[in-house]
Design a protein around this ligand. Sequence first.
Ligand code: HEM
Length: 414
Amino acid sequence: MSAPHIAAERLGADYFQDPYSVHARLRAKGPVTPVIMPGGVPVWLVTGYAEARAALADPRLSKRMPGWHPEPDSIIASMDLHMLNTDPPDHGRLRRLVNKAFTARQVERLRPRITAITAGLLDDMADQGAQRGQGAQRGQGAQRGQSEVDLLASFAFPLPITVICELLGVPPADRDDFRAWSATIVSDIPAPEVFQAHATAMARYFMALLAAKRQQPRDDLLSALLAARDDEDRLSENELVSMAFLLLVAGHETTVNLIASGMLALLLNPAELARLRADPSLTGSAVEELLRYVNPVSNATFRCAAEPLELGGVRIGRGDPVLVSLSGANRDPARFGDPDRLDLGRDSSGQLAFGHGIHYCLGAPLARLEAGIAVSGLLSRFGSISLAVPAASLRWRPSTLIHGLEALPVRLAP
Ligand code: HEM
């Protein structure tokens, strides 16, 4: 990396727990500052809103590191060639292959199914309380008729993973395997042997699944992509496995955190929660403000300067890695007044939780639909929702990409 004019700050474990105060401190030095990532890599971190938006739209910031290629036939090579890792023209070719399945219009057709999956999960959680009411063994602190559940494992995770599995044609029964593999892959500090084992398991899983679908195509997205591969030669074998990997990981790692961290934000801001309960028509704008406030994807994926450039008064050298902080941008007081306050009535448009530019989230309409159904479903089913542990004891996952809780224990009552 080119020599920074200010000393690089090393990001430690406290960054996973609370990225916002670290960003505020860095932003006070400048909108673009050098940092050393928890894994030891030096990068330029962009925490200013205007600079983040400019960086995400800047074609000089490439998704490929100059001169870097994965070992051919390696596991990394088999999952590396997806749209989020490519520049034009490959990016456009890959994105167009799946774009139609994710338009707002197409996704709206999934509403009845998403509502049904949500209702099933709400029933399961309510049943736990009903069983308690009938005298079954009580959990710690839970009252008669009250359920005590990990909202993340019982609701926020199964909803989006079931939806994306059904869309792709992946057996939902395997979802706990993906959860473990994917958590390792997006972690900043996995043990190298665990990373290798889980990445290999994920790649082999998709290779086997695609081979089975080639024999017996179904009415699902992966079968459609196989046809594009086999009949029209529009995608290579590695691009096919990479696409399946990206859609599955991006399709659930993110929305789970919008639902879980979003509910936590509401529980910690009871006046806002009451406001939403009193006026369910606020749901759409509430989801937008929750996106701005909870930032399921804390930092965008890495970019690399394909040529020297200037950003936020800083000179970035060719080959320098740049990390655009979406959570930093979304809490920049120069763009959103009183940014650390959750305000469901504010105008959150322009929030960068889904990114910006050509890599703007493909799944944004699906994520918004799922989150709206999930939050309104929870609030209408349970008149009382409260944290079952002190907020200070909640732990966040060790990832600089994803900002998500490890677990969210809550008490629910009708
Ligand atoms: C709350 C939920 C979600 C959030 C916050 C989110 C966030 C993001 C962000 C920030 C990016 C751009 C990253 C970058 O530029 O480095 C992105 C890209 C992407 N997202 Fe999402 N996402 C969500 C849900 C989904 C869902 C449900 C899918 C479904 C498949 C999805 C699929 C994708 C894909 C395929 C890309 C790559 C687009 C491209 O490179 O052109 N996302 N997402």
